[in-house]
Design a protein around this ligand. Structure first.
Ligand code: 13P
Length: 258
């Protein structure tokens, strides 16, 4: 079964709800203008929590095919967890994807692989799809240990997931040294790690699960480098930061096949 490429824009802590409405409308308009076939390349925006209701209203009222996600989620269902957002709350807002374990959450909020795995499980239990992030820091890359490091993250994140759950998940390989730095991994770098992740999933589960799971690359993806990265066999999409904040640029990324 062929995997549908998925282009997701992680807005991080950018854009208020008014700016969000503007960006989603511009993006939808651009994609319509380009006769974008959403069944060929899925397009996802991942705004801050405060924008999600606005994005939902637009998507529903204008019957847009753009999907939307959240940048994080709690492992708790409800209660005294100040500042946290539950999977139930996101579900009610029509959220399809939830990013878990972004390197910025790992670094600034001390999130462990085990916690990220728990978050992924919560997301799946709620009927949504996790985008599970992994990736190495520069020192690890320089020491030549990036593949084993990332596979360690994968083993820990997937430890409590079933084969069916992994098959419908998305994994994002984002080398930390390439995030927001303009320093993009070469297509070969991206393929090396994405291919190793798929191999590991085939060992941990089986071939069909490995064939089904979608693996994104993230880190300084732009319209000028997306094609060569997407040409690699084990790269099924991109998790895009900075370049997803501009409608024209993200449109070019989503329509990279044209
Ligand atoms: P940039 O595309 O800005 O490098 O960010 C990548 C990223 O972290 C997406 O989650």
């Amino acid at each position: 079964m062929a995997r549908t490429p998925i282009m997701a824009g992680n807005w991080k802590m950018n854009l208020d709800h008014l700016e969000a409405a503007h960006l989603v409308q511009s993006l939808a308009w651009n994609l319509k203008d380009a006769s974008h076939d959403y069944s060929q390349v899925e397009v996802v925006v991942v705004p801050p929590f405060t924008d999600i209701r606005t994005v939902q209203s637009l998507v529903e009222s204008d019957e847009l095919s753009i999907r939307y996600g959240a940048q994080d989620v709690s492992i708790h269902d409800e209660g005294a967890y100040t500042g946290e957002i539950s999977t139930g709350m996101l579900n009610k807002l029509g959220v399809t994807y939830v990013v878990v374990g972004h390197s910025e959450r790992r670094e600034y909020h001390n999130e462990s692989n085990e916690l990220v795995g728990q978050k992924a499980k919560k997301v799946l239990d709620a009927g949504m799809t996790p985008i599970m992030c992994c990736g190495e820091a520069l020192e690890i890359r320089k020491a030549g240990q990036h593949v084993s490091y990332v596979l360690g993250q994968i083993d820990a994140m997937l430890a409590n997931l079933t084969a069916e759950e992994v098959a419908k998940s998305v994994i994002a390989y984002e080398p930390i040294w390439a995030i927001g730095t303009g320093e993009v991994a070469t297509p070969e770098d991206a393929q090396e790690v994405c291919g190793a992740i798929r191999n590991r999933i085939s060992e941990l589960f089986d071939g069909p699960v490995a064939e089904a799971v979608r693996i994104q690359y993230g880190g300084s993806v732009k319209s000028s480098n997306v094609r060569e990265i997407m040409a690699k066999p084990d790269v099924d999409g991109a998790l895009v930061g900075g370049a997803s904040l501009k409608a024209d640029e993200f449109t070019k990324i989503a329509t990279y096949l044209k």
